[in-house]
Design a protein around this ligand. Structure first.
Ligand SMILES: [Zn+2]
Length: 145
């Protein structure tokens, strides 16, 4: 797999992870300020190393938790050198798809199949977060009213 793309995807994964964790850290930092000095801002490598406490998991929504799991799983695959390979058909996942959903486990076709088979396929919701088309649909709905 292309090294530049791999770095790009890794960056995106850590970015998404830090976005989700931000809320929790704001809360924790507030608590810390009451007692001791707050810590320096964490860098992305630190964020990649974070282990989750029960308290953290309690404060996240199910979607956030599922995303974190997928992100960690993807980061693990990067470490093992198997990132970007569809887990179902073994083909390389095309770059545009990886850029849109960097934690995806499958190519677009397999993701569809898996979704059909399982009924609920969580990693697929990532599309809603990045596709401008979906935003347009919402706006149309508002316009019709
Ligand atoms: Zn596939």
């Amino acid at each position: 797999m292309d090294k530049e793309l791999l770095e790009k995807c890794k960056q995106r994964l850590l970015e998404e992870k830090s976005k989700i964790l931000e809320r929790y850290f704001e809360k924790e930092e507030t608590q810390q300020r009451l007692g001791e000095e707050s810590k320096e801002p964490r860098d992305w490598e630190d964020i990649g190393q974070i282990t989750y406490t029960e308290e953290l998991l309690d404060s996240l929504s199910q979607v956030e938790m599922a995303t974190l799991k997928e992100i960690d799983y993807a980061l693990e695959k990067i470490d093992k050198g198997v990132y970007g390979i569809c887990e179902r058909c073994g083909e390389e996942i095309p770059e545009p798809r990886l850029c849109a959903i960097p934690w995806t486990r499958y190519c677009a076709q397999c993701a569809e199949e898996v979704e059909k088979e399982s009924g609920t396929f969580m990693p697929y919701y990532g599309i809603d977060m990045y596709s401008p088309d979906n935003i347009q649909v919402e706006r149309e709905d508002i316009g019709e009213a």
